[in-house]
Design a protein around this ligand. Structure first.
Ligand SMILES: [Zn+2]
Length: 355
């Protein structure tokens, strides 16, 4: 997901005006990097979802190809080399002799990663990891975020009884606001995600058809995985909020997804991204399960840079969402410099989520 996809991709909208102004002022003054230099790690892991042809038509749930190209250029300009996860973790073992690096990660296996992301990555000679839920490929998944987007796109208003709300959605801003509010309401509550899924089904939203339209199929994924710049990573079978599931189910989600992807691609799958990835969605229990499932490392969506300290606990690695649109230059700089985490922790905790 977008969370998966949605919640992370929309976080850029939610910041209060005062904080935005502060961020903008620091950026323009040239003090942003200086003010957060303790928060700038040897590595960063960047997160994307869809790389869309029509970002407005998709209600601002991804970013256009031009933005991806701009981000890669900014990353390189900042002095970071774009490397594989394997190489990045090696560099963390020997920081004194290693160049700063960036990891590129894409979640959920959208078709546009092949048509729109890969050409940009080829131009930049930039490797990437694609985190794939089994259900996206088999079409056995509840992609409520795609259904909700589809519904809001064509309706002028939406009555959503579980929230006791009537959303006006006559234009793009109202539609994206409704999407954001319903996504925020789900938060990390799996039962609410299921309520929304049932609501969408009852309205005739065809979930499997949407997955067919937006997500890679077996053949596409196999071809994508064979590309020299691509590594395949795990993202569970069903893309549910893991904190809501019992121990055995969580372990099965990891083991089964890993086996599925290894069988499909013929390559060992060593890294995992937790669906949603927030503190409410995954934590120490999931980290322990990821180690037991045989992964070498796992990514959250807790914001922050990568430091050598993360090697002592590589199953709750931070990751930064940069794949949303529109995106201010200062917002991107805030993520690339470490200012984002400095601000969120009030300049207290440079190293995210070791526990
Ligand atoms: Zn996801």
């Amino acid at each position: 997901m977008p969370l998966g996809q949605l919640p992370e991709t929309l976080t850029g909208f939610a910041k209060p005006k005062l904080e935005k102004a502060f961020e903008e002022a620091l950026y323009r003054s040239g003090l942003m990097a200086f003010s957060s230099r303790r928060f700038s790690g040897l590595g960063i892991a960047l997160m994307f979802h869809e790389i869309q042809d029509d970002v407005e038509g998709e209600l601002y749930t991804g970013c256009p190809q031009s933005q991806l190209a701009r981000i890669l250029a900014e990353v390189k300009k900042s002095g970071r080399e774009i490397v594989t996860i394997e190489e990045g973790l090696q560099r963390l073992k020997d920081p004194a002799n290693s160049k700063p690096f960036a990891l590129l990660t894409f979640d959920d296996a959208y078709r546009d990663n092949l048509s729109n992301a890969l050409p940009v990555l080829e131009d930049a000679a930039a490797p990437m990891t694609l985190f794939v839920p089994t259900g996206m490929i088999t079409r056995q998944i509840d992609t409520w975020w795609l259904g909700l987007r589809d519904l809001l796109r064509v309706n002028q208003e939406l009555h959503f009884p579980p929230m006791d709300r009537l959303f006006r959605c006559t234009d793009l801003l109202e539609k994206s606001a409704a999407l954001r509010q319903i996504t925020a309401w789900i938060g990390t509550d799996q039962s609410r995600a299921e309520q929304l899924g049932s609501f969408l089904s009852a309205l005739g939203i065809d979930g499997p058809a949407l997955v067919d339209r937006y997500a890679m199929d077996r053949e596409t994924l196999q071809a994508f995985a064979a590309h020299p710049l691509v590594t395949i990573g795990a993202h569970t079978d069903t893309h549910r909020i893991l904190s809501a599931l019992d121990d055995e189910t969580v372990l099965t989600e990891f083991v089964s997804n890993k086996a599925f992807l290894e069988e499909l691609t013929g390559v060992e799958v060593s890294y995992l991204a937790y669906p949603y990835g927030t503190e409410g969605a995954c934590g120490l229990r999931e980290a322990d399960m990821a180690a037991r499932a045989g992964f070498k490392g796992a990514f959250t969506t807790r914001p922050g840079h990568l430091f050598p300290e993360h090697l002592s606990s590589p199953f709750l690695l931070p990751r930064i969402d940069v794949g949303y649109f529109p995106q201010r230059q200062s917002a991107l700089a805030s993520r690339l410099t470490g200012f984002q985490r400095a601000r969120l922790t009030r300049w207290r905790e440079p190293v995210a989520t070791l526990t």
